[in-house]
Design a protein around this ligand. Sequence first.
Ligand code: ZN
Length: 116
Amino acid sequence: MYVYCRNCGFSQDDFWSDEYNPFNDDYIKEFRNIFKIGMNGKTVEMEICNAEEREMEYTKNERNMAEVDFREYLAWRMDSIALRFRNMKWITWDEFQADTAKECPACGCTDMLSVD
Ligand SMILES: [Zn+2]
């Protein structure tokens, strides 16, 4: 469940809970796997558009994907999680419910926020 603005298109990550948050086991497993790949001297595969957006050096593989240094990939994943965290005005559903003066953090409107 997440909040978005029908006026300007602002949206944020799903509300965090014990089950869903950026520190759950799935992320830790992902980071460990990336690290293991890197320690074995291998590169990590990612979408070319994401590698180019981040201005990473890459080699295009046979599946038309970018092969990048694992350190850059790991940093990119961590940055994307940090960005999500920074963009969240309301971290939990309870926090959103308790806000009696809800205002879109992007456009300031007060009557166009929706939850899906
Ligand atoms: Zn807005």
